[in-house]
Design a protein around this ligand. Structure first.
Ligand SMILES: C[S@@+](CC[C@H](N)C(=O)[O-])C[C@H]1O[C@@H](n2cnc3c(N)ncnc32)[C@H](O)[C@@H]1O
Length: 214
């Protein structure tokens, strides 16, 4: 994929371009890493035997770095649309573990854990069913969804941009469309948490059950 690649949605072009590159330097550092360590130790507390993980929209790897510290033998891979972020991600986790391109276009690997955090909120709403199919197909067992929750879909102005940020019940919609995915844990991390804040994210740990009763 080159920088001139034409995307099917305006949201993908937004993240592949300058906004996505500028995002990198606002979301880096030891405090964020500490918050991510606290976040994953809680959100994955019910998960067992996770040996492989793929993150959708991994940016420069701040989540994957935390996972590798918590689970040193875990094999981690990331999908990223912004080439500047993907280049830095490749330096951190190895070129062979980075899939450069859009979630809407690439073929994700199958892993024990699929992770998506702060990314569904930025996807074109019409494309969500496709992304839900890809993230549920990518997991052999667990799917961790960490996004902004709202019971009904709403669009929010994002740093002065319209149609770039949506809140909804992403995990509920995934379970409705993919009944093999069942909820095993969930929680919220407040931006004013005195120790390990996150950006008001609500997380849902889903597990794939092979037998679905009807
Ligand atoms: C708000 S950032 C979140 C980054 C990271 N997941 C985290 O929790 O810090 C959204 C990330 O998703 C990437 N992204 C957005 N749309 C994407 C798409 N269609 N395919 C792949 N990556 C995408 C962006 O480039 C950016 O790195």
């Amino acid at each position: 994929m080159s920088k001139k690649h034409s995307f099917r949605t305006e949201q993908e072009a937004f993240w592949a371009g300058d906004f996505g590159t500028d995002y990198i330097n606002r979301n880096i550092g030891d405090d964020l890493l500490a918050s991510n360590l606290a976040f994953f130790s809680k959100a994955l507390g019910s998960a067992r035997s996770v040996k492989t993980c793929v993150e959708f929209g991994a940016n420069i790897g701040m989540n994957l770095k935390a996972l590798k510290l918590l689970y040193p033998s875990m094999h981690i891979q990331g999908i990223e649309i912004n080439l500047d972020a993907a280049t830095r991600l490749a330096k951190s986790i190895g070129e062979e573990n980075v899939i450069k391109g859009s979630i809407l276009e690439v073929s994700p690997p199958e892993c024990d854990l699929a992770l998506i955090k702060g990314v569904l909120i930025h996807i074109d709403p019409e494309s969500l069913p496709l992304v839900y199919r890809k993230i549920t197909a990518a997991t052999r067992r667990y799917l961790l969804v960490a996004e902004y929750y709202n019971p009904a879909p709403v669009a929010i102005n994002y740093r002065g941009h319209e149609n770039r940020l949506y809140k909804r019940d992403f995990a509920g919609e995934i379970m409705d469309a993919h009944p093999e995915m069942t909820l095993i844990d969930y929680g919220f991390v407040y931006r004013h948490d005195p120790h390990f804040p996150q950006d008001d994210i609500t997380w849902f740990l889903l597990e794939k059950k092979n037998e679905v009763s009807v």
